[in-house]
Write a protein of this length. Structure first.
Length: 504
């Protein structure tokens, strides 16, 4: 990256580029003529993004002062888009330490501005009484404002956009439940904001004058209850009017499990969202327009934001999802590839099949696996495994896919995540379900003879302790049905030129 004296836009550092907002902000900054550096714990996860060749990606973490200091070098504007949500009981301290570290390193590097996207909080509720999630977001904003670097803190309530956790929670609740018993927070007033407006404000904040060091409330033009939001969604989506019956005794904890059962959003993420919805979150000012002027029709109405999000979903053009970021608490260890690996036991299940189709046809089936296409073997077994995972706090099987046909490194895929993809040859998935160990699933499309191909599949499990060994041996009797059936039906689907995941 060139020095600060060079012309041609600002030099921006984006943290959280593997997440929902960060992954969308990078191309917006590039389109605005800025140069972008992304800080990522696992840079490989950004490899397949359409903008990857235009942005610099460096390895590091906001909790690691050394890597953060290096990433701040020659930066004009630093975007803070990370948080330790659901990382455990100590997430508030982690957020606090990371924010202090970020502010200190930005000041030492001579960064001109910090931009932070936080949460809108009610003015009449003392901070100690806020939910831990909102309290931590507010504290991070204060720390950055006091860092000595001019800081813009944007505070948003519910962000509506294709793939956002708030949108998918609203979407699934409304579509799946024509009659629903709901928590009392459906009557709380909220001011939602379109993700396109959030991105516009984030990009525009880079040019604020040095004397600006404050928070800005950002929201759309509509103030409504969550009940209103569900009814408006039904109207925009062409669904019948919904019957909604609030029940006061549903606590945030209980309602988060209710949301987890009905929607793809797991309870660990649904809980802070539900806790935030307990409070009336309405903008107290719209001063952001003094620095980032609104154009005609801006900010977008709630109905327009819904229409745009639904259009993206229907056209399969969802660029990032709430599940884009790694699930907190899930190991990210890479698959041991050393044949003489001495890290302990590795259990494997290997299946191979000759396929009466070209490698290209086989690969289309492999890359299309999961989501609506299913897993090509005994659907009830996969469904039960997904429900069991949800019951113990895992992500379950309903995260689906970002794109119905194409995958990229870092994509979530039901209760897996894409760890490696070699187009036309290899798809490696790492398990994110709750397991007593680490697990991977590899699928290969290889060239055979006479225009045919060979499908090779390998499941790998690294047990953790005695429980891990017991787990493997307890489920191994079912491997012939699950993994054997999977290999057989993938081969059959490729031969037929179909991509439906249920067995024939």
């Amino acid at each position: 990256m060139e020095s600060k004296g060079d012309s041609g836009g600002l030099r921006c550092l984006v943290t959280g580029a593997t997440g929902y907002i960060g992954g969308r902000l990078v191309p917006e900054l590039l389109e605005a003529g800025h140069r972008v550096r992304c800080l990522a714990r696992t840079p490989g996860k950004l490899r397949d993004h359409p903008w990857a060749g235009e942005a610099e990606v460096v390895k590091g973490d906001v909790t690691d002062a050394e890597s953060l200091g290096a990433a701040m070098r020659d930066i004009d504007v630093a975007y803070y888009l990370v948080h330790a949500l659901a990382a455990g009981p100590g997430f508030e301290r982690t957020d606090r330490d990371a924010a202090r570290n970020f502010g200190e390193r930005a000041r030492a590097a001579g960064v001109r501005r910090i931009v932070y996207l936080g949460g809108l909080t009610p003015p009449d509720v003392p901070e100690p009484e806020l939910s831990p999630h909102l309290r931590s977001r507010a504290e991070v904003g204060r720390i950055l404002l006091g860092s000595g670097v001019p800081t813009t803190v944007l505070r948003a309530a519910v962000i509506i956009g294709s793939g956002s956790a708030s949108f998918e929670m609203l979407r699934y609740l409304t579509e799946r439940l024509p009659v629903m018993v709901t928590p009392s927070w459906v009557s709380t007033r909220i001011q939602p904001v379109a993700v396109r407006d959030v991105l516009r404000y984030l990009v525009g904040s880079a040019h604020m004058p040095a004397e600006v060091n404050r928070t800005f409330d950002i929201g759309g033009p509509d103030v409504m209850t969550y009940r209103d939001m569900m009814q408006k969604y039904a109207q925009v989506a062409g669904l019948p009017h919904r019957l909604i019956l609030p029940v006061p005794m549903l606590s945030p904890g209980l309602s988060s499990h209710w949301v987890g059962l009905v929607t793809p959003v797991p309870a660990s993420i649904a809980r802070p969202l539900a806790e935030s919805l307990r409070y009336e979150v309405v903008c107290q000012e719209h001063d952001i327009a003094d620095h980032v002027p609104d154009g005609p029709g801006q900010p977008f109405s709630f109905a327009t934001a819904l229409s745009l999000a639904l259009q993206r979903v229907r056209e399969a053009r969802v660029t990032t999802r709430w599940s884009s970021a790694s699930t907190p608490g899930i190991p990210s260890d890479p698959l041991p590839t050393d044949p003489d690996w001495a890290g302990g036991s590795l259990y494997t299940d290997v299946r191979e099949r000759e396929v009466d189709a070209s490698p290209e046809a086989l690969w289309r089936v492999v890359e299309g696996i999961g989501g609506e296409n299913g897993w090509y073997s005994f659907p009830p077994a996969w469904a039960v495994r997904g429900w069991l995972d949800r019951l113990v706090g895992g992500v379950g099987l309903r995260r689906g896919r970002r794109d119905a046909q194409h995958l990229r490194v870092g994509d979530s895929l039901d209760f897996w995540r894409v760890e490696e993809i070699e187009p036309g040859r290899l798809l490696r998935l790492r398990a994110e379900m709750r397991l007593p160990g680490l697990a991977w699933l590899e699928m290969y499309a290889e060239k055979g003879e006479d225009g045919r191909s060979r499908y090779r599949q390998r499941a790998v499990f690294h047990p953790s302790g005695l429980l891990g060994h017991a787990y493997w041996w307890s489920v191994s009797p079912f491997h012939a049905v699950v993994f054997g059936g999977m290999a057989r039906n993938i081969a059959l689907a490729a031969g037929r030129g179909t991509g439906t995941g249920d067995p024939a």
